[in-house]
Design a protein around this ligand. Sequence first.
Ligand SMILES: NC(=O)c1ccc[n+]([C@@H]2O[C@H](COP(=O)([O-])OP(=O)(O)OC[C@H]3O[C@@H](n4cnc5c(N)ncnc54)[C@H](O)[C@@H]3O)[C@@H](O)[C@H]2O)c1
Length: 265
Amino acid sequence: MTSTATFDLTGRVAIVTGAGSGIGRATSLALAGVGAVVVCADLEPRTAAETAELVTADGGSAVAQPLDVTDRAAVRATVARVHERYGRLDIMANVAGAVTTRGPVAALDEVELDRGLALNLKSQVYGCQAAAEAMGRGGSIINMGSGTVDAAVADLAAYSIPKAGALQLTRSLARELGPAGIRVNLVSPGYILTGMTDPHFRDASGRPDPERRQQVIERQSAHIPLGRPGEAAEVASAVLFLAGDGASYVTGQVIRVNGGSVMPL
Ligand SMILES: NC(=O)c1ccc[n+]([C@@H]2O[C@H](COP(=O)([O-])OP(=O)(O)OC[C@H]3O[C@@H](n4cnc5c(N)ncnc54)[C@H](O)[C@@H]3O)[C@@H](O)[C@H]2O)c1
């Protein structure tokens, strides 16, 4: 039964990975903002704690959880602990990810390839496996893709290959978990201003460079119909929609939050 309160997540429990920055932080704030208890997981304990504090200051409910998403045992243990503590898990947002290596496929060695796969694909497999077990019958898993899922970019294969894998992970699981009432979807951000894009706006010595920032943003925006980069909160809005009952008939799908930069058929 649909209602206008489709964004209300009161009483639901969520885990957000990569919660210490950017899209993960915005997602934590968004989910908690409509009532969810949010476990803010990140490799960086300090930034995870900062996010939990921001949520609390905003009137929401959150706890920080240090977690390396590339560590399968740690992911399983974290999810199991959350389930034990709250007696349920409703939402799993596998947001953590990063460009670990740049360079042509020809030069990609095994270590670099493994690093990209571990952080951007295998981590999401681990998160999905653990979450599905904890959710039992009913829940929403949101995986994180990228514009590189749809559009090939030179020198980014160690990132785009695993991100494309996350799409097929999402579709496979949507089929496998649909009968249990667990929905699985992918959010694919375009060019979003976060910790990931911040280094683009710095000079060679790592200092913020406003002129460079302006140039990069203008160059990127030229390919974006909405004419600007996105904000983390705009990606979090898509996660929020998928997390709740407003998306009760949505599974195995991709929501592209990219200002129109990529529009596949
Ligand atoms: N910003 C963009 O333009 C953009 C575009 C497409 C996709 N994405 C995706 O969005 C997601 C979030 O990125 P963001 O832009 O918010 O970047 P960000 O750098 O601001 O945040 C990423 C967070 O992930 C955490 N993290 C990194 N490795 C981790 C690990 N092993 N275990 C746990 N946490 C870890 C970092 O500490 C950081 O807090 C990523 O999956 C990224 O690939 C971002």
